[in-house]
Design a binder for this molecule. Sequence first.
Ligand SMILES: *Cc1c(COP(=O)(O)O)cnc(C)c1O
Length: 357
Amino acid sequence: MIETKLDIQENPNKKAKPDPDKLQFGKTFTDHMFTMEYTRDKGWFQPQIVPYAPITLEPAAMIFHYGQSVFEGLKAYINTQGDVQLFRPEENLKRLNRSNARLSIPPVSEELLLEYLKELLSLEKDWIPRAEGTSLYIRPFIIATEPSLSVAPSKSYKLMIVLAPVGSYYPEGIHPVSIQVEGHFTRAVRGGTGTAKTGGNYSGGYNAQEKAADQGHAQVMWLDGVEKKYIEEVGSMNVFFKIDGQVITPELNDSILEGVTRKSIIELLKDWNVDVVERKISMQELHQAYKDGILEEAFGAGTAAVVSPIGELSWDDETLIINGRQTGELTKSLYTTLTGIQTGKLPDPFNWTVQIK
Ligand SMILES: *Cc1c(COP(=O)(O)O)cnc(C)c1O
């Protein structure tokens, strides 16, 4: 029987909490972190909460060479009762195991990991900022630790969870951004690793992101890697369009990452009796809808921003201005409802939230 009892070592040197008005994304970390080890004979073992500190790895550790790693991202809030609240954490843990399967990393017990996460959050409750738009960002991740240069799955892994208090994504209020449609670089292809949250998918996108930033755009919109025709995602977010009253999001196609926010938006829209479809949508079709005056709204969706309205799409030498660069009504309602449920300010008819006592 492998020891799965959590060991907690309290940090005797607690840091001062950051100024909630000056929080950036993922720059400040709390006093503690969670760690757990894996070896082939023991499985996952030695779950512990320890002071946040650097870790030691051999230079030959496989993570440094072939990038065998996965991660997750979710948020904790303090609800109106003063309790810690999570949004659909089981979805993130299921996805962690889907990413593990794709990267040949052994699965983790979702039930146990959720219990360990709850313990960590209880201990770090005072680190959860309470101001409007702020939250505690939770970053679970797994890295290959075996010291070996063979190109093969590692025989040992380390799972860690670090916590970062994060500021409002929209300090000046929700506002539409400008996006460049990427015609050359590809984020992911069918059969590749695009459906997994794994490190290399993101660094592979930096070239395109830098090119877009040079042109004054906030992010890139990714097209499919086969025909460079169909819309896939925007930055590290899923994407939605409202055309002539209908909401369209690209169907899951073995290269799009399945977002928890995406899933929740589809479920919300169905509940609101808004016509929503998951299907292929090409840039040509979007352009035609724009010319016909029926492209009404566009937005990205992901945990960090929740909903990020698109005000402008730059495609070759054309610029599509969406809704006069204003946040659309439906986009606004989705943002207000989702953040309301997440923070406990609105009722949760879907049972999406988990409270920690
Ligand atoms: C994490 C991520 C998303 C959004 O997923 P959420 O679960 O909604 O945060 C979308 N696309 C990519 C590429 C991602 O990494």
